[in-house]
Design a protein around this ligand. Structure first.
Ligand code: ATP
Ligand code: MG
Length: 550
């Protein structure tokens, strides 16, 4: 049966536009402000904007919305580029709102000349007090009726650096009684003697979001300018400015923000976690940033699949992080190489094993025959997981117990004959016998067991460090709590196991290779690894706890 796929509301609009000839091809843009690293919420916006121009004729620009000189840095620009590419997308043009500062200034002069903008000497407090409320009209500024000549003169002098920060602004002259508060003479330009990451000290006035965003869209002839719902009230001003400036009519469309639970998705909050050292950096594997997910071992395919599954909507909701984990697990199951690693070793001595050692063969990935198989050394001294043995097991315990048998993965069936303890009563080793003829694949023993354990040969094991991650926060929506979101950090979000025992095939681990440590989860090597110590991050556990909501 063909998969039924309905269009999202933006696809519907675009198909209509292409059908009725409004556009022959479309232009979208992804417009991050370079004031932090991108997070999983941004991934939705990236997949949406770039996805539309993969599906329909047209292209997508990457535009840095860099109108805020104080918070922006080149480091962020570079990380954003890397993240978008890593997610699998390529932009047509790389643009910066700051590229347009000259044009935007001309636009502002045009508004002044049309009598549609004025220079206001009110302080921000005075302006706020005259703004009115949603139910009460605001008051006109005493500076509202300056002549065009006076406004032009003052605005040019603002630009020339004659006035201190905050002393004057340029405002649109619209309507102080407008039902939309954003239309009550919004500020278009402010004075800021600040160094800009690209324009340096060239400018001391900077356009506000509304005076930059729509105009940048227009300059780039963006047909569908997609943003999140909080910009709905801005649309009226977006349209007003385009109309009055008589420039290319871009149109704004809004969709709901996508956030996931047990974390925060706001660059400002993530920056606090970094600055206050609650995490090791923007790419800490617990962070919901693209760089954190990448370092942890998430694949771009799984993130794109996640964005596709949550889709595009008009209503905001918190998405279960379990869905993201589900998506990565599905992908990793297909591509991860299987390896055996023992985290908490218990020694098993096979008393009747007369060979010194031998090789057993195991598939690299039962889901993918092309991944081939590998040889694993087997010997008379092995490690199994301490938790895979119980001295007094309950009924239906299929792992190892005195007198009980289990299969060692890809090797033999063994039976536990004797439990050896130290003087403190702690179990130090198990003495077992190997069932003759039970070698995996060649089994003629006729013995059937229910449990299969992973193991490593003591002599051949290599050691590594493993980092296990849990949710960064212990509540679903930390940003929604009454007090500081940082009070809700999960103190157990990182567990380090300094020394685990791995089969020798893991000696040649490469960057980006994903593994399934059998019965333990999915792992990838971390960048903290060095020749003396390989570090593995757990990407996600094996168990799927996520259930679709009904
Ligand atoms: P933050 O609060 O994290 O800084 P932002 O919206 O200010 O987010 P921008 O850099 O302005 O971040 O975002 C670039 C684009 O990504 C915008 O179009 C924005 O609407 C979109 N975006 C940001 N966060 C999300 C989210 N959680 N879900 C979907 N889209 C998002
Ligand atoms: Mg922002």
């Amino acid at each position: 049966m063909p998969e039924e796929r309905s269009l999202n509301f933006l696809e519907e609009i675009i198909e209509e536009h292409l059908k009725n000839g409004t556009y022959k091809s479309i232009v979208t843009r992804f417009p991050p402000e370079p004031n932090g690293y991108l997070h999983i919420g941004h991934a939705s916006s990236i997949c949406l904007n770039f996805g539309l121009t993969k599906k329909y004729p047209g292209y997508t620009n990457l535009r840095f919305d860099d109108t805020n000189p104080e918070t922006e840095e080149t480091e962020y620009v570079e990380s954003i580029r890397e993240d978008v590419r890593w997610l699998g997308f390529e932009w047509k043009h790389e643009r910066y709102a700051s590229d347009y500062f000259g044009t935007l200034y001309e636009y502002a002069l045009k508004l002044v000349d049309k009598g549609l903008a004025y220079v206001d000497d009110s302080t921000s407090e005075e302006m706020a007090s005259m703004k009115g409320t949603p139910t009460q009209p605001g008051m006109n500024s005493p500076y509202r009726n300056r002549t065009i000549e006076e406004n032009r003169d003052l605005f040019v002098r603002m630009r020339n650096g004659e006035f201190p920060d905050g002393s004057r602004t340029l405002r649109a002259k619209i309507d102080m009684a407008h039902p939309n508060m954003l239309m009550r003479d919004p500020v278009l330009y402010r004075i800021k003697q600040a160094h800009h990451h690209r324009t340096g000290d060239k400018w001391c006035i900077y356009p506000m979001y509304d005076m930059a965003h729509g105009q940048s869209d227009s300059i780039e002839q963006v047909t569908h300018s997609i943003c999140t719902m909080e910009f709905v009230p801005h649309r009226e001003l977006y349209d007003w400015l385009i109309e009055k400036l008589e420039i290319y009519p871009s149109h704004q469309y809004e969709f709901a923000r996508r956030n996931i639970n047990y974390t925060v998705t706001s660059k400002r909050k993530l920056l606090q976690l970094v600055n206050e050292k609650h995490v090791t950096g923007w790419d800490d594997p617990r962070m919901p940033t693209i760089s954190g997910l990448r370092r942890r071992g998430y694949t771009p395919e799984s993130i794109r699949e996640f964005c596709k599954k949550i889709g595009v909507a008009k209503r905001e909701n918190l998405v279960d992080v379990g869905l993201l984990e589900f998506c990565v697990r599905e992908h990793l199951n297909k591509i991860a190489l299987r390896r055996m690693v023992v985290f908490d070793p218990l020694k098993v001595v096979i008393t009747n094993y007369d060979k010194k050692e031998e090789m057993v063969i195991s598939e690299n990935n039962p889901e993918d025959i092309s991944a081939g198989s590998r040889e694993i050394p087997f010997s008379g001294e092995l490690y199994i997981e301490r938790e895979d043995f119980m001295e007094n097991p309950p009924k239906k315990y299929f792992r190892l117990a005195p007198g009980q048998m289990v299969r060692l993965k890809s090797a033999y069936i063994i039976r536990c004959d004797e439990v050896i303890k130290d003087s403190a009563g702690r179990i130090t080793e198990l003495h077992c016998t190997c069932i003759p003829g039970s070698k995996s694949g060649l089994d003629t023993s006729g013995v059937h067991v229910k449990g299969t354990l992973h193991w490593v040969s003591v002599k051949h094991a290599i050691t590594a460090e493993v980092r296990l991650y849990d949710r960064l926060f212990r509540v679903e929506d930390p940003a929604d709590e009454a007090d500081d979101f940082k009070n809700y950090l999960n103190p157990y979000s990182l567990q380090i196991i300094n020394k685990v025992y791995a089969e020798p095939a893991l000696k040649t681990t490469t960057t980006n290779q994903r593994y399934q440590f059998i019965r333990k989860g999915y792992f990838m090597m971390d960048k903290d690894s060095h020749s003396g110590n390989t570090v593995f991050n757990r990407i996600v556990g094996l168990k799927d706890s996520w259930k679709p909501q009904t």
